[in-house]
Each structure stands twice: as C-alpha cells, then as structure tokens.
Design a protein around this ligand. Structure first.
Ligand SMILES: [Zn+2]
Length: 263
C-alpha cells in the first residue's frame, strides 16, 4: 500500500517537472512578452536599506526593459517590448541561501527549496509574471562585496544580491539583467576560476580587429575584455551587448551560425 502510494507520488512529481520543463521551452518562442516581477528584500535589516527600498519605483527598472527592447531589435525580433519589469511588494522573508560549494545534490535540494519559497512568497502584481526575481539589498557601507547571485531556468526564479544605494543603480541593472537571462536558459560565458570572459562566446564582438580592447561586455560573459588576461566590470547596460550564443540559448536566434549583421 505505502509502496504504491510512494510510486504514485514520485510519478506525480515527475509529471510536474516534465510539464514545467516543456512549458519553459515552449514559451521561448517570443510570441508573448515576458512579464518579470522584482521583489525587494532588506537583506541586512538596516534602516538605511529600508529607506532605500522605499525610494524604489517601477521607473528604476525601466532601463532594463528598454535594454532588452534594443537588443531584441538587433536580432530582428518582431516584438517591441520582449520584457516588462514590474515592481512587486517588498518581501520580508529571505530566500534560502544557495550552497557555497555547489555539489549536484546540494544544488538540487536548494533549487527545490527556493522554488517552494517563491511559490509561498509571491505578492500579487498587475500581470501574472513568468519570471520572479528576489532582490536582496545590502548596505554598501557595511559590505564591501556581494555574494554570488544565481537564477534558475526551471521555475524561472532568481536570487540576486545587490547594493541598496542609488549610486549602484546602473551596476545593479547589469547584474539583474544577467540573472534574468539565466531564467531563460542562458549560460555563463566566463571562466569560473579567473572570471575572464571565454572566447569567443563571452565576447560581445569576437570578430573585432584588433581584438583588444573590446568596447563591450557580452552580458553573460560578464566583463569587458581589455587584454588576454584582463577584463573590466561594465559600469552600466550601455557597456554590454547580448552575443549570438546567448541569443541562441534564449530563442532569439535559430542558429549560432547566422550572422546578426551588426555588432
Ligand atoms: Zn551567471
């Protein structure tokens, strides 16, 4: 009896996971725009971050929607606004922290916990979002660096560490946009040990001659390569581009061989 019940439950979980995987792939046809919601969280509990979160408006996230509009146009996408970013209510409960050293099992357990968390902590917004990003804001006066952000394509949820200060808005937009593309299946294109973008896919303009310095960072490559061994963090989205491989992964290009005709 118990054995049968267990098998039924396992089968139900399997069907749900398969269905979600299928749905996640099916909606990458870009016939509809992606509604994103960002939920601010005061990650270090300081009054400074409280104050900062109160200043946030939807307009603060508009440059991200505009960036994706411009990039989609370069790839010939027939959609004026591929992404719409909505500002959700502040969320009090913090999401489960991703494992520091990611073993396969730990990552799976964390991703299930995180998806469960997202299911329980999603205040309603005007349009039901397909992508949910949890923005954990830290006070830059206390922290001098941020932990690693991460996002899941299964369930389309992101865990994003950011500095809670106006001075960081433009850099935050780069981090958030990078993580948003992870939720659509884009992969990292930098070397995890050196943080250097990987040639050619992590380069915004791999064909550029001379190759260095590059003028842009590929969004998933993360940095602007200035030489074989050095790369700089982009200051804003204007210093980044989406490369062919990333465009292919998110369904903007049918093949990575097709030239985009531009930079
Ligand atoms: Zn990444």
């Amino acid at each position: 009896m118990w054995r049968k019940l267990r098998i039924i439950v396992l089968l139900m979980i399997l069907v749900t996971v398969l269905k979600q995987t299928w749905l996640d792939k099916a909606d990458l046809d870009w016939n509809d725009n992606f509604y994103v919601v960002v939920y601010p969280i005061n990650a270090d509990g300081t009054p400074e971050v409280d104050r900062y979160i109160k200043t946030l408006t939807r307009a603060d996230f508009e440059p991200i929607a505009e960036y994706f509009s411009d990039e989609a146009k370069r790839f010939g996408l027939n959609m004026r606004r591929p992404m719409e970013v909505q500002l959700g209510a502040r969320v009090e409960r913090r999401p489960p922290v991703p494992p520091e050293v990611a073993s396969a099992l730990k990552t799976i357990i964390w991703s299930l916990k995180f998806r469960y968390y997202a299911w329980k902590n999603s205040p309603k917004v005007a349009v039901t979002p397909k992508i949910r990003m949890y923005l954990l804001y830290y006070d830059p006066a206390i922290h001098n660096r941020l932990g690693h952000s991460t996002a899941l394509s299964k369930g389309r949820v992101g865990y994003v560490n950011l500095f809670g200060s106006q001075a960081y808005h433009k850099k935050n937009a780069v981090i958030l946009s990078h993580e948003m593309l992870h939720t659509l299946g884009a992969t990292d294109k930098y070397d995890l040990s050196t943080t250097l973008p990987v040639y050619p896919d992590g380069y915004a303009e791999p064909e550029k001659s001379p190759r260095y310095p590059q003028d842009f960072a590929e969004l998933m490559g993360g940095r602007i390569p200035v030489s074989d061994t050095q790369a700089e963090i982009p200051k804003n989205l204007g210093q980044t581009l989406i490369g062919d491989k990333t465009a292919f992964e998110i369904g903007w290009l049918k093949s990575t061989l097709k030239s985009t005709g531009g930079k």
